[in-house]
Design a protein. Structure first.
Length: 190
């Protein structure tokens, strides 16, 4: 009887291990869940001086952030790094645009995507002639709808502004799909 219990216990443990492993293999899930865990983290002292959450601050410093630096791209980089997604993102938001795997550009989808993909939104300001140079903000795509995307963004506020006086934390945002929004994909093996 005890031998049967040990075998059952081992099989049950194996089942849980395999299920957990499968969730970690879904890169999009990992990035979205990791980013969502930081929704609500706020700046401490304003103007990119620090954060209310010490763990988050250490994560941002590990991604290259320094006091005084705008941090939306550092947030995206940190979330990808936490999930083992190779990337070339720096603190400059245009580097979050992966030219090698564009999903949405010019107001339309140019490639299909899956829920397991890691999708990154970049937002252009100003002239659309050279969109890449005018990218001024970035965030992680949580959900894609027909007319909008829900994102998880750092260095923004609950109104979606990004000027130095009003950005203050990590928030969920709803952004309308349009010509100033770009979506690119990052994945293992990019």
């Amino acid at each position: 009887m005890a031998k049967g219990s040990v075998i059952s216990c081992c099989l049950l443990s194996l089942f849980f291990f395999l299920s957990t492993h499968h969730l970690h293999a879904d890169d999009g899930y990992c990035v979205r869940v990791t980013a969502a865990a930081y929704v609500g983290v706020k700046e401490k002292g304003g103007n990119n001086k620090g954060f209310t959450d010490a763990e988050f601050r250490e994560l941002m410093i590990a991604s290259g952030w320094k006091i005084g630096y705008a941090w939306c791209a550092f947030f995206v980089k940190a979330m990808l790094d936490e999930c083992g997604i190779p990337n070339t993102i720096t603190g400059w938001s245009p580097t979050a645009y992966n030219r090698n795997d564009v999903v949405y550009d010019g107001g339309k989808f140019v490639k299909s995507f899956k829920d397991s993909d890691v999708l990154i939104m970049t937002l252009a300001y100003g002239s659309l002639k050279d969109r890449y140079k005018n990218i001024g903000h970035t965030g992680i795509i949580d959900k894609v709808g027909k007319y909008s995307v829900r994102t998880i963004e750092g260095n923004t506020n609950d109104q979606g502004m990004r000027d130095s006086r009003s950005r203050d934390g990590v928030y969920y945002k709803i952004r309308p799909l349009g010509k100033n929004i770009h979506i690119t994909r990052w994945k293992k093996g990019n």
